[in-house]
Design a protein around this ligand. Sequence first.
Ligand SMILES: Nc1ncnc2c1ncn2[C@@H]1O[C@H](COP(=O)(O)OP(=O)(O)OP(=O)(O)O)[C@@H](O)[C@H]1O
Length: 414
Amino acid sequence: MIEVAHLTRRYGSATAVDDLSFEVAKGEVVGFLGPNGAGKTTTMRILAGYLPATRAERLLVAGHDVMRDSMAVRRAIGYLPESVPLYPELRVEEMMRFQGRLHRMSRQDLRTRIGEVLDRVGVLDRRKQLVGTLSRGLKQRVGLAVALLPDPEVLILDEPTSGLDPIQRGEVRNLIAALSSEHTVLLSSHILAEIEAMAPRVIIIHEGQKVADGSQDQIIQRLGASGSGGGAGHVLVEAAAPAEASAMAELMKSLPGVETVTLGDRVGIHHSFRVSGEGDLREDIGALAMTQGWALRELTWKRPTLEQIFTRLVIGDVAPVLSEGASSAPAPVAVPNASNAPAPVTSGLELSMPQGAKKPLPLGTPGTAQPKTIYSLNPFDRGASRDLSKPVSVDPVPPAAPKLDPLDPEGGDA
Ligand SMILES: Nc1ncnc2c1ncn2[C@@H]1O[C@H](COP(=O)(O)OP(=O)(O)OP(=O)(O)O)[C@@H](O)[C@H]1O
């Protein structure tokens, strides 16, 4: 569904996306994670056909070549940009009709589809309301409705919950989780809890480069083992036995998969151990304790969270580890779909770059109110037929509202 091979995007001399390769299979929900300025929006805008790549070996989305036929890509996908510039002076359903006509939907299709998608995102009762008078959360929902209107196979959602309050975030998150059973979804966020809850597979980028790609479990397993002070996981054991602690440690060391056993403090009659090795070793240790007649007081598996792994990746404590073969042809982990995936519990910390950890890019630094370079024909961008190869600098104001024909307010068939 999405194929990205050796994608590079430069802004002047600064490289925002650096030789990035990944694939997203049909039906997958993939979280695109990275700190501010990592290159997520740039990548997504390129994939959505609104920004040209500086260089790419292959860029395919929904069966279309983004570099050769960006218009076909735009029609085939649903794209929710980070800030949703809607038309404030139109009513919700008028704006939906306008967007539908850009997608060449017939009047009849539009009539049923607009009701369906507005209902789906929970704003059907707002169909007559002026867009400009909607709350931010409702605008975000309308933006999602616009992305869903043509019933696209692929949804590209850039920070879909950004700027929402916790309740609105939860609602939009549930909505996306529900959508994920019917669409291939690539969604970005710098909020780990969101990605963890919505996307079984995660691609982490940093300074424009991919630093991790796999299921959350794989990333924790593989990256957790490769840095200092972490490990893929370990089991904490507290047990009382007539045997010496060193003898108990030796017995645990002889179990298959056990690499190290570290003796901890003695707590009363209980000895404590930290047992590291391959995966969750609790069952084997528990069985050993039974056969040896140890009185177990604690048997706990501890492993790093995705949040800890991410922080270590960004500060450079662990080396990037990608899916097998990822450097040439990435082999993403196929995860059936979000509905089957467990939603791990996380702390919900937002990611940000540790100070001094990132080489600043000279251009477009977030927080400086620069005009954005945009390329259209983006229904969200200004101008409806601009050549992709010719960037223009505009201030981030939504396009002028389309004039609806008063004699044909519903619009004619395409
Ligand atoms: N139009 C532009 N001109 C110059 N530099 C740009 C432009 N757009 C983005 N950049 C720079 O490219 C880098 C990647 O930006 P991008 O917006 O893709 O990151 P991001 O991961 O989406 O960040 P965030 O989470 O803050 O939205 C940043 O350093 C940014 O300043």
